[in-house]
Design a protein around this ligand. Structure first.
Ligand code: NAD
Length: 429
């Protein structure tokens, strides 16, 4: 048991489950399995740097608002900090801190030379105009200018942000330092040094991990019915690629609700519908309406939560009918729910593996940018597939060797690699 004081960590999380405490529980769990030195665990349970900035923004009507912007840098033991920037009303410092820690283990698990970070602004981007969002994004990044950079900390998109925000952030950083610095963010538009394949990367990674896990059970994607919560960057891409691979996507949801079709949804038609309806699937004519809560407990083979944390908890876990859950979102299954699922034989593909496709292609984008050499999409997808399948195989092997579930196997690999590097580097001074 690690005893730790976290003076900065007052719980401002609206959820009853504190995401940072949950992230620390995972770390302690892995540390116990690895028999890590308590001092080492103590270091890893604290982020290296926590920054909160004020973002004064002039609204289109002339009113001035001041928003909070967070950036948490958990660890740079293995390389520059890396992690997305989230715009969502539920963003808290504790949530961002938890996600930063998760990024550290994810990069280590995938074998890419990054540490973990995360950023966020507690806003609903749908309530702001494009020009207001541009001013918010530019001021946020200019406040963080000394804390980021291509060899320091490299942001990327997350919930509520996309290539558009990355282009504004890259431009703001570049104008401030006096020359173009494409490597300061990833997930950029192609026109400013983005990578082919980045847009679909997280969803593609989810598809690859589900495909591999099904293959280990003697099944193929064409054999299964899938329900997906969330139809954004990740859920939308996963739905499209799984549909193309022959899977039957029976339900999909967005924030205001979902749609269900027992015989399978026409995903290209749903995508076109959502594009016309502010990314919402509600009202799609060729399907039955379904709530987000009911989607999670549908009878299906594979459930893919691709929206928010803490969606499968002690409250609904006993109603889950899927035999496989792929955590496309970060932290959608709580530790307690994971234990119940494990006991009933449900395969849970953990987030740090299942949704790592995005950071893998971010890494490939960064490598291409630094070498001024750009690859075709086929090469990007091939390199990504190699890293994802490799990580999946390592997790399976670790689970078998240590006789642990896939989450603990993934965490012990990620945490173990960072702990080893920290031991080898030593503690300064
Ligand atoms: P996004 O904003 O593009 O999409 C989120 C989706 O979730 C939308 O369809 C939205 O309508 C839906 N949603 C919002 N609130 C909901 C609610 N209460 N119930 C059900 N659905 C709701 O975000 P994204 O980039 O797709 O990220 C989704 C998750 O995946 C997040 O947990 C994020 O951290 C994680 N993730 C994203 C990436 C990436 O590359 N974008 C990479 C790794 C992990």
């Amino acid at each position: 048991m690690v005893t730790t004081s976290r003076p900065l960590w007052e719980n401002h999380s609206p959820a009853h489950i504190c995401p940072f405490d949950q992230a620390c529980s995972y770390l302690e769990w892995a540390g116990k399995e690895l028999k890590l030195d308590p001092g080492l665990l103590e270091i890893l349970s604290h982020p290296r740097k926590v920054v909160t900035v004020s973002i004064p923004v002039k609204m289109d009507n002339g009113e001035v608002r001041v928003l909070a912007g967070h950036r948490v840098q958990h660890s740079d033991i293995l390389g520059p900090y890396k992690g997305g920037i989230r715009y969502h009303p539920a963003v808290t410092l504790r949530e961002v801190s938890a996600l930063a820690m998760l990024m550290t283990w994810k990069c280590a698990l995938l074998g890419i030379p990054y540490g973990g970070a995360k950023g966020g602004i507690p806003i609903d981007p749908k309530q702001y105009s494009v020009s207001e969002l541009e001013r918010i994004s530019r001021r946020y990044i200019s406040e963080l200018i000394k804390d980021i950079g291509p060899s320091v900390d490299i942001p990327a998109p997350d919930m509520g942000t996309s290539a558009r925000e990355m282009a504004w952030m890259m431009d703001t950083y570049s104008v401030n330092v006096g020359h173009a610095v494409p490597g300061v963010v990833t997930g950029k538009p192609l026109s400013v040094g983005g990578s082919l394949g980045r847009e679909m990367a997280t969803g593609r990674g989810v598809m690859i991990i589900v495909r591999e896990a099904l293959a280990d059970q003697g099944k193929s994607l064409a054999d299964v019915k899938i329900a997906i919560q969330g139809f954004g960057n990740v859920g939308g891409a996963a739905a499209e690629l799984l549909y193309q691979a022959g899977a039957k996507i029976i339900a999909v949801s967005s924030g205001a609700g979902g749609v269900y079709a027992e015989t399978g949804l026409d995903i290209p038609a749903l995508k076109a519908y959502a594009a016309q309806n502010r990314r919402s699937v509600v009202g799609f004519p060729q399907a039955i309406p379904i709530s987000n809560a009911d989607l999670l407990i549908l009878p299906c083979d594979v459930l893919i939560p691709a929206a928010l944390e803490n969606q499968i908890t002690e409250e609904n876990v006993h109603q889950i009918q899927a035999q496989m859950i792929a955590e496309a979102a970060n932290g959608p299954v709580t530790l307690e729910a994971n234990r119940v699922l494990e006991a009933s034989g449900v395969t849970v593909l953990p987030d740090i593996l299942a949704n790592a496709g995005g950071v893998v292609v971010s890494y490939l984008e960064w490598v291409q940018g630094l070498s001024y050499l750009f690859w075709d999409e086929e090469r990007v997808n091939r390199e990504m597939e190699h890293l994802m399948v490799n990580a999946y195989r390592h997790v399976i092997q670790q689970a078998q060797t240590r006789r642990v579930n896939l989450r603990l196997a993934a965490y012990t690999l990620g945490v173990g690699r960072v702990a080893q590097a920290l031991t080898d580097r030593g503690l300064y001074p």
